[in-house]
Design a protein around this ligand. Structure first.
Ligand SMILES: Nc1ncnc2c1ncn2[C@@H]1O[C@H](COP(=O)(O)OP(=O)(O)OC[C@H]2O[C@H](OP(=O)(O)O)[C@H](O)[C@@H]2O)[C@@H](O)[C@H]1O
Length: 212
C-alpha cells in the first residue's frame, strides 16, 4: 500500500529558502520525494556536510567502467599534447575537439578555475565522461605557480561538483589521476589535501588511479 501523504507544506523555492550558501552544498539524490528533506537540511547554518572520500590505487585511468567520470587537469590554451592529456587526446578524439572548441571560444582568464564536463561522445571507443579542470593558464615554462595552481584547482573542483549536481543523468563513478603532479609539478599530497577538504551533500567517493 502506498503511504498516504501527511505533509501539507508546499515546496519552497531554494532561492527563497537558502539565500546565502557556500559552494559545498551538493546533493546526489535524484529522488523527488527527498526534496523537502533536502531543503530543510539546507536551512541549517551548522549542517555538517560529508567530506569527499578518496582511495588510491595502482592502475590505468582508462580501464574505468563505462560511464565513469575521468578527471584530469588541463591548461587553458586548448592543448592536450603531453602526459596523460596526450593519452586523452588519442583515446577520446571527439572529446578533444569539444575541449579545443571550448578553449577557442573563451579567454584563458575566463577558463581558469572552471571545469568542463564532456559527456561520452557517440561513436567513441570508450564510453567515459571527462572532466577537464582548468588549473593553469598555460603549460610548460609558462605554467602558473604552484600556489596559483592549487587555488585554481580548488575552484575548478567546486565548479565540477556544482555541475555534477545539476546533471540529470549522472556518471556512475568518479576516477581521477594524480592531477597536477606531473607536468604541473605540484606535489600530489598538496592537491590531495585540498580535495579531502571539499564536501558534497550526500557524499562522493573519488578513486585515484595512478600507474606508479
Ligand atoms: N594511464 C594513466 N592512468 C592514470 N594516471 C596516469 C596515466 N598516465 C599518466 N598518469 C599520471 O597522471 C598524472 C598527471 O600528470 P600529467 O603530467 O599528465 O598532468 P598534470 O596534471 O601534472 O599537468 C597537466 C598538464 O600537462 C599537460 O601539458 P604539458 O605537459 O605541460 O605540456 C597537459 O596538457 C596539461 O596541461 C601523473 O601522476 C601521471 O603519472
Amino acid at each position: 500500500m502506498p503511504k498516504p501523504k501527511t505533509s501539507q507544506k508546499q515546496p519552497i523555492k531554494a532561492s527563497k529558502f537558502t539565500p546565502t550558501k557556500k559552494k559545498q552544498i551538493f546533493q546526489t539524490s535524484t529522488d523527488p520525494e527527498s526534496e523537502d528533506e533536502v531543503e530543510e537540511a539546507d536551512s541549517s547554518e551548522d549542517e555538517v556536510l560529508p567530506k569527499i572520500t578518496l582511495t588510491e590505487r595502482k592502475g590505468d585511468l582508462f580501464a574505468a567502467p563505462p560511464n565513469t567520470l575521468l578527471v584530469h587537469a588541463c591548461n587553458c590554451v586548448g592543448s592536450w599534447n603531453a602526459g596523460i592529456a596526450l593519452a586523452f587526446q588519442k583515446n577520446y578524439p571527439q572529446a578533444y575537439a569539444v575541449y579545443q572548441a571550448h578553449c577557442a571560444s573563451r579567454t584563458p582568464n575566463s577558463l581558469l578555475s572552471t571545469c568542463l564536463i564532456i559527456p561520452p561522445q557517440s561513436g567513441a571507443q570508450y564510453r567515459h565522461w571527462i572532466a577537464c579542470l582548468f588549473t593553469s593558464r598555460k603549460y610548460g615554462r609558462g605554467k602558473d605557480s604552484k600556489e596559483a595552481i592549487l587555488d585554481s584547482t580548488d575552484s575548478a573542483l567546486q565548479d565540477m561538483l556544482e555541475q555534477f549536481e545539476e546533471l540529470k543523468k549522472k556518471p556512475k563513478g568518479v576516477w581521477m589521476c594524480k592531477i597536477n603532479s606531473g607536468s604541473f609539478k605540484v606535489p600530489w599530497m598538496q592537491t590531495k589535501k585540498l580535495i579531502e577538504a571539499l564536501t558534497f551533500k550526500g557524499g562522493l567517493h573519488i578513486e585515484i588511479v595512478d600507474p606508479k
